[in-house]
Design a protein around this ligand. Structure first.
Ligand SMILES: Nc1ncnc2c1ncn2[C@@H]1O[C@H](COP(=O)(O)OP(=O)(O)O)[C@@H](O)[C@H]1O
Ligand SMILES: CC(C)(COP(=O)(O)O)[C@@H](O)C(=O)NCCC(=O)O
Length: 311
C-alpha cells in the first residue's frame, strides 16, 4: 500500500536492503532482549532490523557530515552531539523490545558504539501528582506527562550531551523516589514512548509551546499493529504478569494475583478498553503519518510491511 507520505516495502523487499550487513547475534542474545511474552526470532532480526540499522548507520554518518558543514561555516571546532532515534507506538505493541534490540544492534557498529536508551515513562507525573490532577485513569495520555521536563531533557541532550530523568517502576506503578537515570554523551540515544511524536498543544489560556519533542529527533520509528491484535497481546501479557510479577507483594497489582483468571482477564480488558485503546485512537495513531519509518506487525508479532517516509 503506497501512500502519499510513505513508500511501502513488503517484508521480502525490505529484507533485501540489509545488503551485506552481517548477523551479529545468537539465540541467547535474543533471549535477553525479549519482553514478557513477546516472541523475537533470528529471522526477524535479519530480515527487518538489520536493514533498519543499516539505514540508521548511513543516516548517522550523513547527519555528522551536515553538522561538520555548519561548524566549519561558522569557524567553530567540530562538536559531536548525540543522534536521537524516537520509537513510538501503542501500549503493549512491543516498543521496548524494538528499542532494546536497536540499542544492541547499533552499539555493534564501530561508528557509534555508545547507545543509550530512555523510556518516556520517566516523565509521567508521580502517582501523588496524577491523583491530585485527577489523572490516574489517564496514565499515558499527553496530559499525564511532565512535557516541559521532557523537552528540557531533550534540549540538554542535544546541546550539552548530558541530562537526567526520573525512573519509572512498572512494579510500583509509579516513579521511584530520588532515583535518576543519567544519560552522558552517547553516540546515539533511543527515546521510546507512547507520545514521542505528539505535537503538543497549548494548555487553556497558555501560549503555544515553542518546541515539541519531535524538534529534537533525527529519526522517528512507529511500531504499528492492528488494535485488535495489540489488545490480545496486552491481555496475554497481563495474564503472564499475574502469574509472575504480580505475585510479588511489592507489585501495585499484587491484589490481582489472588483473584481468578477470569476476573483478572476482565480487569485487563477494562484497562485496555477504557485507557489504552482510547489513548491509541485519540493520541497515538494520529502521529503515525509523521514517522520516518513505520514497522507494521502481524498477529504473530512478525513484521509484514515497512513504510519509509518520502519527505
Ligand atoms: N504491570 C506491569 N508489571 C511489570 N512489567 C510491566 C507491567 N506493564 C508493562 N510492563 C513491561 O513494561 C514494558 C513496557 O510496556 P509498554 O509500555 O506497554 O510498551 P511496549 O509493550 O510497547 O514495550 C514491557 O517490557 C512490559 O512487559
Ligand atoms: C507507563 C505507560 C503509560 C507507558 O509509558 P511510556 O514509557 O510509553 O511513556 C503504560 O505502561 C501504563 O502503565 N499505562 C496505564 C494503563 C495500564 O496499566 O495499562
Amino acid at each position: 500500500m503506497e501512500t502519499t507520505s510513505h513508500s511501502a516495502f513488503t517484508r521480502a523487499e525490505w529484507a533485501r536492503l540489509r545488503s551485506s550487513v552481517p548477523m551479529p547475534l545468537v539465540e541467547s542474545d535474543l533471549e535477553a532482549l525479549r519482553a514478557t511474552g513477546e516472541p523475537l526470532s533470528m529471522a526477524e532480526v535479519e530480515e527487518v532490523f538489520l536493514p533498519l540499522t543499516r539505514l540508521i548507520n548511513l543516516h548517522v554518518n550523513a547527519t555528522r557530515t551536515m553538522a561538520r558543514v555548519a561548524d566549519d561555516f561558522v569557524g567553530r571546532p567540530a562538536a559531536r552531539r548525540p543522534y536521537v532515534v524516537a520509537v513510538a507506538g501503542s501500549v503493549a505493541v512491543g516498543k521496548s523490545t524494538v528499542a532494546r534490540l536497536l540499542r544492541t544492534l547499533l552499539s555493534l557498529w564501530p561508528d557509534h558504539p555508545r547507545v543509550d536508551l530512555v523510556a518516556t515513562d520517566g516523565f509521567i507525573y508521580p502517582t501523588k501528582e496524577l491523583q491530585a490532577r485527577g489523572l490516574m485513569q489517564r496514565k499515558g495520555y499527553p496530559e499525564s506527562y511532565d512535557v516541559r521536563r521532557m523537552i528540557r531533557f531533550l534540549s540538554d541532550i542535544r546541546t550539552a550531551g548530558e541530562a537526567s530523568l526520573p525512573v519509572y517502576s512498572h512494579q510500583a506503578y509509579d516513579a521511584l523516589p530520588d532515583v535518576l537515570q543519567t544519560v552522558s554523551h552517547p553516540d546515539i540515544l533511543i527515546f521510546e514512548g507512547l507520545n514521542v511524536l505528539q505535537l503538543g498543544s497549548a494548555a487553556e489560556g497558555k501560549p503555544t509551546p515553542t518546541h515539541t519533542a519531535t524538534d529534537f529527533f533525527d529519526l522517528t520509528i512507529y511500531v504499528d499493529a492492528e488494535p485488535a491484535d495489540i489488545e490480545q497481546w496486552y491481555i496475554r501479557r497481563f495474564m503472564l504478569l499475574k502469574a509472575t510479577a504480580f505475585q510479588n507483594p511489592a507489585s501495585y497489582f499484587h491484589h490481582l494475583a489472588a483473584i481468578s483468571d477470569d476476573e483478572a482477564q476482565a480487569f485487563a480488558i477494562k484497562l485496555w478498553q477504557t485507557i489504552n485503546l482510547p489513548n491509541l485512537q485519540e493520541n497515538i495513531l494520529p502521529t503515525r503519518p509523521r514517522a520516518d519509518v513505520v514497522v507494521h506487525k502481524r498477529a504473530d508479532h512478525a513484521a509484514d510491511q515497512v513504510l519509509l517516509r518520502r519527505f
